[in-house]
Design a protein around this ligand. Structure first.
Ligand SMILES: C[S@@+](CC[C@H](N)C(=O)[O-])C[C@H]1O[C@@H](n2cnc3c(N)ncnc32)[C@H](O)[C@@H]1O
Length: 275
């Protein structure tokens, strides 16, 4: 049995992710997020890691924060228990994930995404963690979402998020050989395996996650697609939206972004002018 804490098969990425597997990101309607039983497994499969520490620092130094694709709400909950006294809001399109977040009542939780919600200069910081940004797959979805982020930010407010660097080809590690197992709340072992649709010849990677448990009649298979934007395309989208890249890192130790970096971690500031 794998020790999930030692695994990097997590939505909260760490520097070892490339070596052992995918983060648990998937599109709206994806079973991994829409199924209550699978949403209950999310925090077991995605333990607190270096990326959470990175974002927690940013959250603690911002007065008001919007976490887009907040999932089960662990990060904002940690901020609250660390005595963040300002406004903390979480947005997610998956009701089953938000049901987990609702365990924490001292935070505003909203069902939706950046194409169907709007705020006017209400947040000092908007974040998208756990590779939630890669859920934005079409050009229109990316542009609309970034415009909503800019509109939601106060003057000088910042947008922090990460996306996997396509040059590192993380999906090549998303194989059944790197399956993980966790013990669910009932004490049963649940195994999770990934399979990528090949060949991967565009920047959207399609894959399945198969969840099996001896206590279930049949496996649950979740279909996912994630977009891998290269640094140049990402910068263009941000600039077009009126978001100026302030800092960019290639890992959670804040090393500079390089061609071989696993992650493209970006902190962008709202520019006075819309793109
Ligand atoms: C891998 S989880 C990340 C959750 C959390 N941010 C974390 O770090 O653990 C990805 C989340 O993105 C959400 N999501 C899917 N499509 C989205 C979209 N278009 N906009 C915002 N969030 C989305 C999913 O429902 C899921 O909760």
């Amino acid at each position: 049995m794998w020790d999930v804490r030692a695994q990097s098969w997590s939505s909260r990425p760490n520097s070892a992710e490339i070596a052992s597997g995918p983060c648990h990101t998937a599109p709206v309607g994806t079973l991994a997020y829409s199924d209550e039983r699978l949403a209950e497994l999310y925090d077991l499969l995605n333990r607190w890691g270096p990326s959470d520490d990175f974002y927690l620092d940013l959250v603690m130094s911002a007065g008001s924060v919007l976490d887009v694709g907040c999932g089960t709400g662990v990060l904002l909950h940690r901020a609250r228990t660390s005595h963040h006294t300002g406004r903390l809001s979480g947005l997610d399109p998956a009701a089953a994930m938000l049901a987990q977040a609702h365990r924490y009542p001292d935070i505003e939780w909203a069902l939706g995404d950046l194409t169907n919600t709007a705020w006017r200069q209400e947040f000092d910081l908007v974040i998208m963690t756990g590779h939630a940004f890669q859920e934005l797959r079409s050009e229109e979805q990316i542009r609309t979402s970034l415009a909503t982020v800019r509109e939601a930010l106060t003057d000088g407010g910042r947008f922090a998020f990460e996306t996997r660097n396509p040059a590192a080809r993380a999906w090549e590690q998303w194989t059944p050989d790197n399956a993980v197992e966790v013990i669910d709340a009932a004490g049963d072992v649940v195994r999770v395996e990934h399979r990528v649709e090949t060949p991967v010849d565009e920047d959207v990677v399609h894959f399945t996650e198969t969840f099996t448990s001896t206590s279930w009649h049949r496996p649950k298979v979740s279909h996912s697609s994630l977009r891998f934007l290269d640094p140049g395309s990402l910068s263009n989208y941000l600039a077009d939206a009126g978001l100026v890249v302030e800092e960019q890192f290639g890992d959670w130790a804040r090393d500079p972004l390089s061609a071989a970096s696993a992650e493209i971690i970006t902190i962008a500031r709202r520019s006075p002018k819309a793109g």
